[in-house]
Design a protein around this ligand. Structure first.
Ligand SMILES: [Zn+2]
Length: 426
């Protein structure tokens, strides 16, 4: 076995020649399409017909782009019209063993149903991610993602267990009491690695300081990378699509997509593929799943990187750019939080783990980019000079005027889960 293969959890599939991988995708797509017609799955049968396919027709990988994309709102509409689970489910309800609900940050949550096979596939993709991240069976891990129906914490915990780790899952750290209890548990057990969001780390860091505990020395809790480059190290199609869609190898260049479980596209607003290397909306067709989705538009911006990777994996890499709902338009230029974060992280005073920031959006079109950024004047000096410096860095890098308001450390919300980087104000 070569050294390259030792870097992988499942080297046979992760190094499958492209031609074989595409043949596997076609075989699994055939099964999805056959099931859509035969079961039937009315929602996706209508989509196939809208793409010009007759009942019973197969769909080749080259023809897949004819099928109209599906967005989350259509899943909501389906669930409302055929409650509670809609008419888009590939699996029979009696074969499903887990129900979740999406976060609902952009509307009514939808239900996520999983069969044992669906869960097993997520766990296989998660195991590849853990292995790429350097985790190994036998480790003690901590997980501070929300447990229960509304968060990804349970699927993460069961994936870590199936990988072979001992998991300390504390759930969402909403209250100060919950944070302090988690810190006490971690201090006693000293996990080898943590799954924790950067914003949660800030809460833990601040509570630990209050308790006289050093997060690194006493808890083995290192600040998670919040630099925008870190966001390119994983890719997800959401809990409703495929949560552990991909993760990066040590070479970087985007997250290796689990293309044996999902056909990945980047498309324009009309649903047509954009050239490799250009920004498009992430569309996935999940295959080898009972509850599949055909051409589901995740409404995230990505870049597909088709370059062969030096690690030996043959799947394409996908670089996450941001959520469509987080776009801010300044003087006709579309700006994503990740672009803003790159500029903010260029200044030492604004780097994690100490500071939070927000982009303030006022309507569809703004004259200047408005930011609120936490700043420690005692440590870094004259705030007005720092604000002007950040404004000019944004002008240089993004080509738009900026108005930066520096606020005291701790003044911005400390979200228990995913940070809201864009806030809408009138
Ligand atoms: Zn690689």
């Amino acid at each position: 076995m070569t050294e390259a293969r030792d870097h992988m959890w499942d080297p046979d599939i992760q190094t499958l020649p492209r031609a074989d991988l595409l043949a596997l995708q076609q075989k699994r797509l055939d099964e999805v399409v056959a099931r859509t017609w035969e079961r039937p799955v009315p929602f996706f049968a209508r989509k196939l017909e809208a793409g010009g396919f007759d009942p019973g027709d197969g769909v080749t990988l080259a023809e897949l782009g004819r099928v109209p994309v599906t967005v989350k709102d259509e899943l909501r509409t389906s669930e409302a019209a055929a409650p509670p689970f809609g008419d888009y489910r590939g699996a029979r309800l009696r074969d499903c063993v887990r129900v979740g609900a999406t976060g609902g940050t952009s509307g009514v949550p939808t239900f996520v149903l999983s069969t044992k096979r669906d869960i097993a596939n997520e766990q296989t993709a998660a195991a590849r991610m853990f292995w790429r991240q350097g985790l190994r069976p036998g480790m003690v891990l901590a997980n501070a993602h929300p447990l229960g129906v509304y968060g990804g914490g349970m699927s993460l915990t069961t994936a870590m267990e199936s990988f072979g780790c001992l998991v300390l899952a504390v759930g969402e750290l909403e209250s100060d009491t919950a944070v302090e209890r988690a810190i006490d548990l971690w201090r006693r057990c000293r996990p080898m690695a943590y799954q924790i969001f950067p914003a949660t780390y800030v809460k833990v860091f601040e509570a630990a300081v209050r308790m006289g505990i050093d997060p690194v020395a006493d808890l083995n809790l290192h600040p998670p990378m919040e630099h925008p480059d870190a966001a390119e190290r994983t890719i997800t199609a959401g809990s409703e699509g495929f949560a552990f869609l991909g993760s990066a190898c040590p070479e970087g260049g985007g997250a290796h997509a689990a293309e044996d479980f999902a056909i990945v596209e980047a498309v324009d607003t009309a649903g047509r593929a954009v050239p490799d290397g250009e920004v498009g909306e992430l569309v996935v067709t999940t295959i080898d799943r009972d509850n599949f989705l055909i051409r589901y538009n995740v409404e995230d911006y990505v870049v597909v990187n088709p370059d062969p990777c030096a690690c030996g994996e043959t799947s394409r890499r996908v670089k996450w750019q941001g959520r469509k709902k987080d776009v801010v338009s300044v003087g006709g230029t579309a700006i994503l939080p990740s672009q803003v974060a790159r500029v903010i992280f260029g200044g030492e005073a604004f780097r994690t783990p100490t500071m939070e920031y927000q982009i303030v959006r006022r309507g569809l079109e703004m004259e200047a980019l408005e930011l609120r950024v936490e700043y420690d004047a005692a440590a870094f000096g004259d705030p007005s000079k720092a604000a002007r410096g950040l404004e000019s860095a944004i002008g240089d890098d993004l080509g738009v005027p900026a108005r930066v308001e520096l606020v005291a450390r701790g003044a911005l919300p400390r979200p228990p889960y995913k940070p809201e980087r864009v806030v809408d104000e009138s």
